[in-house]
Design a protein around this ligand. Structure first.
Ligand code: ADP
Length: 196
């Protein structure tokens, strides 16, 4: 099962991805996590991505696509994966389709988590405060200014993917503002029947 979770920052993609992983034992591929790991490790990609990410802007398509290509080639991705945070632009979606078609496979489902912007701002600010309260440092981009940039980037560059995938017949849209378990119920319903 090849699944993409689509939705604005703070919509709960990471939480729902983890539940899919637990139930179906497929890997969770988060480009945000991959890039943060690259920044932490100080790799070439990490050095290029660091500032851009802290500002809340999108890293260039070719860097992200390169990271995904490398990850998808690993044996654990053969049975499927749940992608979170990728594709984020039409360019990435087209490059990704080409990559999958080379292996004669396709995306099975794109699950959109819909959420209202004001609530997202609250959620992310709470996430940053909770991280600090636990003695962790908040993500460099979990602050009001960067968040606005992330939401703008979502609306301008990522939201058009909803129509892109609807036209392919793989899109399912879910109310992401329900309680976490209710969202999970709808996510599982949306991917029902796909073989892991
Ligand atoms: P969010 O909570 O905003 O969805 P992510 O952890 O998915 O956060 O991503 C954090 C940052 O990493 C993004 O704001 C962006 O700078 C970079 N990033 C992650 N995925 C991509 C991608 N597919 N294309 C470009 N930039 C990306």
């Amino acid at each position: 099962m090849r699944i993409v979770l689509l939705g604005p920052p703070g919509a709960g993609k990471g939480t729902q991805a983890q539940r899919i992983v637990d139930k179906f034992s497929i890997p969770h591929l988060s480009t945000g996590d991959m890039l943060r790991a690259a920044v932490h490790a100080g790799t070439d990609i990490g050095r290029k991505a660091k500032e851009i990410m802290a500002e809340g802007k999108l890293v260039s398509d070719h860097l992200v696509v390169a990271a995904v290509i490398e990850r998808i080639a690993q044996p654990d991705s053969k049975r499927g994966f749940v992608l979170d945070g990728f594709p984020r632009t039409i360019g990435q979606a087209v490059a990704f389709d080409e990559l999958l078609h080379r292996d004669a496979v396709d995306l099975d489902r794109v699950v959109e988590l819909m959420a209202d912007e004001d609530i997202l701002l609250d959620r992310i600010e709470t996430r940053a405060q909770e991280a600090k309260a636990r003695g962790h440092t908040a993500r460099a981009d979990d602050n009001h200014e960067a968040l606005k940039v992330r939401l703008d980037a979502y609306n301008e560059q990522t939201a058009p993917l909803v129509e892109y995938y609807r036209a392919k017949g793989v899109l399912r849209s879910i109310d992401g503002l329900q309680a976490v378990d209710a969202v999970t119920h709808d996510v599982f319903h949306a991917i029902e029947g796909l073989m892991p």
